[in-house]
Design a protein around this ligand. Sequence first.
Ligand SMILES: *Cc1c(COP(=O)(O)O)cnc(C)c1O
Length: 353
Amino acid sequence: MEKPFFKNLIKIEPYTAGEQPKGGDIIKLNANENPYPPSPAVQEAISGFDAEQLRLYPPMDAAPLRQAVADFYGVDRSCVFAGNGSDDVLAAAFRAFFNSDKPLLYPDITYSFYPVWCDLLRIPYETIPVDEGFNVRVEDYCRENGGIVLPNPNAPTTIGLGLDRIEYLISSNRESVVIIDEAYADFSGVSCVPLIKKYDNLVVTQTFSKSRSLAGMRVAAAIADPYLISCLDAVKDSYNSYPMDAVAIRAGAAAIADREYFEQTCRRVIATRERTAKRLRELGFILPDSSANFLFATHPGHSAEKIFTYLRERGIYIRYFRKPRIDNYLRITIGTDEQMDRLIEELERLLGR
Ligand SMILES: *Cc1c(COP(=O)(O)O)cnc(C)c1O
C-alpha cells in the first residue's frame, strides 16, 4: 500500500546532464566542456591556497570574484552577482524575477533546464517555436508575458542573434525581466552586457564552465542593474548565504583576470570549430553556422541515433536528444584538433568514404 506521506513528496522530472563516462581512451564531446585547461593563474591560486583559511566562512558575497567580473566587463561591482555555476545563478534568477501569473516565455528548442526550474518553482510558462531553420524570431516575444529567458547563442542550435535583435527584444519588453543566458557568448563575440546601463530590466548570465575551462569548479555570474542584483542577493540569502566556497572564489577571480589566456583559448576553439564544420559539410552533414563551442548537425542519409551509437561504441561521446523536432540532430562539442580528427575519421568510416 502507498505510504500516506507519498502524496506530499516532490514529483518532478529532473534535468539530465550529458554522461560523465569514466575510463582512459575516450573522447568526451558531450557536455560542451573546454578541451584546454584553465589559465595557469588558476593552478597558482589553488596551489597557493592556505587550508587554514577554510576554518572561516568565505568572503561575504564572493566579493573578490564579483570585483574581478566587474573589472573585466567595465561595470560597477553593484551590478554583479556571483554563484555556484550558472545553473545556481539561473535558479536564483527564476525565483527572484518570475513571480507573475503571466507565462514566462522561452524557445521550444533551448536549454532543457528551463522547464525543470519552472516545474520546481511552479512558474507558468509558454514555449515559442523557433522557425524551420531553428532561428529565434524576437518579434514572437512581443506579447504579454511574465518574463523572458533566452540563451544567446541558443543551445543546442548554436545560432546566435545580433545585438540589434537582442536590444529589440529587451526594449519591447520593458514590463518584464529579460534574462539573456550568455553561456556561449564568448565564442560568438556578441555580448549584451553593455546594454545593462541602458535597460534596467535586463539580466545577463555568464558561466566560467565553458570559455574559462572551470566546469569542475562551479563559477558563474549575473550582470544587471543594481536593483535586480539586490533581488538576487535576497534570494541567495534566503536559501544559502554562502553558495560559493573560498577556493572557487579565488580560482574564479584568477581565471577572469587572465584576459590574454582566455582570448587565446577562445580563438583556438573557434578555429577548430570552423575547420570541423567544413569537414562535416564535406561528409554531407547539414548544420547551421555555429556561434558556440559546439556544432548541431544532421545527416540526410543516416539517422542521428545510429551515428550517436556508432561513435559511442568507439569511445567518442557526443550528445543526442530524443526530443521533438531535433531527434535527428547531434550536438558535438568542439575538442582539440586531434580529437576532432579522430571524430572525422570514424565518421568517414561509417559513411563509407
Ligand atoms: C552549460 C550551460 C549553463 C550552465 O552552466 P554551469 O556549468 O551551471 O555554469 C547554462 N546555460 C546554458 C545554455 C548552458 O549551456
